[in-house]
Design a protein around this ligand. Structure first.
Ligand code: PMV
Length: 321
């Protein structure tokens, strides 16, 4: 029996633009997904995922990649299917997944479970995979299912830390960050990332002369944010968050709920605030000075936001036992 876990993520800067070739900055967070795997003597893959109501769901090896599986099982089965195909392996498996966080908050449970699964299989079958190999096979798995995505979430789950990242892992570089006292407010609204990514694709085709320069500005802002993170300059980071949110507003992915939480935090004199991820719901992030943290959190809660305590910059995928 092998147990592996991988962290969730939060996008800090550069969402959407990263899908179009610009860099972004993502942090891993201390909410993890874990998987336990053991071999079986037959041809069945049996999955239990209590957090999403899946109990002893059985699939035959040959159907791993073919069938229309339930949403909750798809990533696990596709990861196993891709791993078996790549390394020419066939074996029955018992798999159990467990999550520290709800799949609704947008912390990247799908990519974290995919990365955990690939790493666990490499251990179980004695295949030597580098982090790069794990990233590549996990990213392929996510694309096989979702069709779109930059892979930033897969990189955070694999490598951990805070990363400067370009689409498909063209660049994956750890940023040396001193401290990031991030506050996370959840709107209570589930966002659908692939739908929003497709909407922005269409908008970019309709208005290339508008969206193109917005993404160019996003790139410049990411480079400034990278420097501010290395210097521990929270004031600048806060201002860049506000700037970033303005660009995301320009492309139309914010929502009433996000705006409520963002303006509550700004009115409570946070250093800056923005949506995090695809938009349309999920979470906003904000930075506040240490003597103002509690006021900012209270202000977000007063307008209906849910504070999710997070630690950023944590370890990537790892073997637990
Ligand atoms: O909604 P999230 O937290 O999964 O973030 C999506 C970020 C996008 O840039 C919109 C998509 C992507 O794959 O990079």
């Amino acid at each position: 029996m092998i147990k592996v876990s991988a962290p969730g993520k939060l996008m800090l800067f550069g969402e959407h633009a990263v899908v179009h070739g610009k860099p972004c900055i993502v942090t891993s967070v201390n909410h993890r997904m874990s998987v336990e795997v053991e071999k079986r003597d037959d041809n069945k893959i049996v999955l239990t995922a209590p957090d999403v109501g899946v109990e002893n769901h059985e699939v035959m090896i040959n159907d791993l990649k073919n069938e229309q599986h339930r949403k909750e099982c798809k990533f696990v089965f596709m990861a196993v299917g891709n791993f078996f195909e790549k390394y020419n392996i066939k074996s029955g498996l018992n798999i159990k997944t467990k999550s520290d966080f709800s799949s609704k908050v947008g912390f990247g449970s799908s990519s974290a479970v995919t990365v955990s699964m690939i790493k666990a299989l490499s251990e179980l079958f004695g295949i030597n995979m580098t982090d790069r190999n794990i990233f590549d096979l996990s990213y392929k798995t996510v694309l096989d299912i979702q069709g779109v995505g930059s892979g930033f979430d897969v990189a955070a789950a694999t490598y951990g830390g805070i990363l400067f990242f370009k689409k498909a892992g063209e660049v994956i570089r750890k940023i040396n960050v001193k401290d990031l006292p991030l506050i996370v407010g959840y709107t209570g609204v589930k966002a659908d990332t692939p739908t929003l990514v497709r909407e922005i694709n269409e908008k970019k085709m309709k208005y290339p002369e508008l969206i193109g320069p917005v993404f160019d500005l996003s790139e410049k802002k990411v480079i400034l944010a990278n420097r501010a993170l290395e210097e521990g300059n929270l004031e600048t980071l806060g201002e860049l968050m506000n700037f970033s949110h303005g660009l995301l507003n320009a492309v139309g992915v914010s929502s009433g709920e996000l705006e409520k939480l963002i303006f509550a935090s700004r009115n409570a004199e946070s250093l800056g605030a923005k949506l995090s991820g695809a938009g349309g719901g999920d979470c906003m992030i904000t930075l506040a000075k240490s003597d103002n943290q509690e006021d900012v959190k209270r202000a977000i809660e007063e307008v209906g936001g849910i504070i999710i305590p997070v630690k950023t910059n944590v370890e990537g995928v790892r073997i637990e036992s």
